[in-house]
Design a protein around this ligand. Sequence first.
Ligand SMILES: [Zn+2]
Ligand SMILES: [Zn+2]
Ligand SMILES: [Zn+2]
Ligand SMILES: [Zn+2]
Ligand SMILES: [Zn+2]
Ligand SMILES: [Zn+2]
Ligand SMILES: [Zn+2]
Ligand SMILES: [Zn+2]
Length: 369
Amino acid sequence: MEIQHFAYSGKLSFREADGEIECVGCQDVINGPAYISEEDNFAMHKVCAEMPPQIQKDAFHPHPLKFKLIDVIVCDACSRLLFSYISYRCMYCDFNIDFRCAKAIINDENNIEKRDDEDLQRTRTLHFCHPHQLTRCKVSPMTEFGEDMIENIWEPNKLKCVACKWKLQDTQTFMCLPCKFIIHESCMNDLPMQVQSSLFHPHHILHPRPFFNAGGEVRCYACRKKVNGFSFYCNKCDVDLHVSCAKYRTRATKHSCHPHNLLQLGKSIIKGISCCACGRKNYNDSLFSCRKCDFNVHPKCIPLPSSFEHKRHLHSLALVSPFAEDDSEDYYCDMCETERNPEIHVYYCVECNYIAHIDCVLSEVRQPQ
Ligand SMILES: [Zn+2]
Ligand SMILES: [Zn+2]
Ligand SMILES: [Zn+2]
Ligand SMILES: [Zn+2]
Ligand SMILES: [Zn+2]
Ligand SMILES: [Zn+2]
Ligand SMILES: [Zn+2]
Ligand SMILES: [Zn+2]
């Protein structure tokens, strides 16, 4: 049995798959006989292949929805951002649904709720971080394949939050699809209207600067990496900083290896910066850094005791690399009881889960130099 499908130029035959293969429609694994191409790995479940090229379900949406091939969409039924080989798009308004939701609508499954204009309006918002309307969506659950496809289509933009630069899996976000602008909902709500005394540009107030399709490349003054979509900006000095770089907080320490104060910088800043002592660019490390002299060095590459007895603490303390001990968002130094940057090296006692700033520990061991 052979068929011609609207989403495929060749012929599909109904047969068992040779190995594990996914349906291009619902993206689930295929078990048993299905419509499979003889030429490439295009394959569809029987029920999926029987989906029509156009859907008209007035109870769900008042206009006809037509199939669209290979697209990144935010589904207006399930509010997920996803890569779809086949999705359905309204011929009259900005309304999209992914293949699975379309299937559920065709089958009248009642887990798909109709969304009227008011519902849709609730998922859209305006915010000072972007000049266009943002849509609330989730990047989840998604296969690695889907993630790679989106990043390929979005190149050079990445599937990362413009504010914190972290991945978006399974979190609520707001996005502008045409601009490939995406931000965690929590990061958006935490965005300040200005940043004062930023570590890397302390003397002027930094203001929000939304931009898109910017001509030329915008580089962050702190980490020297590209900035996409949004920055904190000093208009006196024409300086841009990532949100996370503008808000970066860390310790300054004095050490005999360098005449100036050294900042302890973690992985969100140091990517691509090499150590003056060993020459390596370790991503998951931290650096002591003097920005003025471009002097950067790993804590393990300068004379720091790696493990020793301490009079304030019973057990020996060991120098350990950045780690987060739990999911709580607050990190403290057990010695001075002030906040601690979870990206930088600390002294640690395994037995007591005692964690302290390097400089807090050293100041008690020897005279500061
Ligand atoms: Zn399927
Ligand atoms: Zn419509
Ligand atoms: Zn974020
Ligand atoms: Zn936009
Ligand atoms: Zn930066
Ligand atoms: Zn300035
Ligand atoms: Zn220096
Ligand atoms: Zn401390």
